[in-house]
Design a protein around this ligand. Structure first.
Ligand code: TMP
Length: 217
């Protein structure tokens, strides 16, 4: 069964997965393809997407002399998400646009839970902040640990405070993403991030076209 959005609403697509999985490359390729097909597209990211949320991103991702508590991380990512939804995502969806967001609520569930946050706190904040605006489609780029390592070495120095966390942490986050996919088979499609960018674009476009067809019928 395909997730149905209210009539007139655009399509909300999120890209999820570990670092180095190729989300940004896929996001740009998808946006280009959909614009070529005549759709209005907003390509955005979390944490961030609007100035207020980018300010919270700077706080969260810079190396600090302290480590935020898991609950504080949930609160900060959720605060950034609330600004992003209110200022950019909801208005774009109301205007019938396709929103492609690089990371969203599943990242909080995967990463902050991997960091020790309580599932009930994550549930409560997700209900409060996201409410009915969960994505229509989530493309999960899954990358096994060896491949993740190889890509991060290729990329060079760690880019933020999360990349430097332990392998265990990243393995817990990966397992949590896969558990989210299993619990939400109508929304989440798991893709093998080791496949070529062309293959990933093709698979993603098939899933998106199916949802757009339902919307148009
Ligand atoms: P990025 O590398 O995709 O730009 O994401 C930045 C980092 O933020 C990444 O390591 C994952 C982390 N993150 C969370 O821990 N929780 C969240 O809710 C989001 C959106 C990102």
């Amino acid at each position: 069964m395909v997730t149905e959005a209210p009539p007139g609403r655009g399509l909300f697509i999120t890209l999820e997965g570990g670092e180095g999985a190729g989300k940004s490359t896929l996001g740009k390729a998808l946006a280009g393809e959909l614009v070529d097909r005549g759709y209005e597209v907003v390509l955005t990211r979390e944490p961030g997407g609007v100035a207020a949320a980018e300010a919270i991103r700077d706080l969260l991702l810079s190396e600090q002399p302290w480590r935020w508590s898991p609950l504080t991380e949930v609160l900060l990512f959720s605060a950034a998400r609330s600004e992003h939804l209110e200022q950019l995502i909801r208005p774009a969806l109301r205007d019938g646009k396709i929103v492609i967001c690089d990371r969203f609520a599943d990242s909080t569930r995967a990463y902050q839970q991997a960091g020790g946050a309580d599932a009930s706190a994550i549930d409560a904040l997700e209900t409060l902040v996201v409410s009915a605006d969960m994505p229509d489609l989530t493309l999960l780029l899954d990358l096994p640990p060896e491949a993740r390592h190889a890509r991060l070495v290729q990329r060079g120095v760690a880019r933020d405070a999360f990349e430097t966390r332990s392998d265990d942490f990243h393995e817990r986050a990966r397992a949590a993403f896969l558990a989210i996919a299993e619990a939400n088979p109508d929304r989440v499609i798991v893709m093998n991030a080791s496949n070529s960018p062309e293959q990933l674009l093709k698979e993603s476009m098939e899933a998106i076209s199916a949802r757009l067809a339902v919307r148009a019928s």
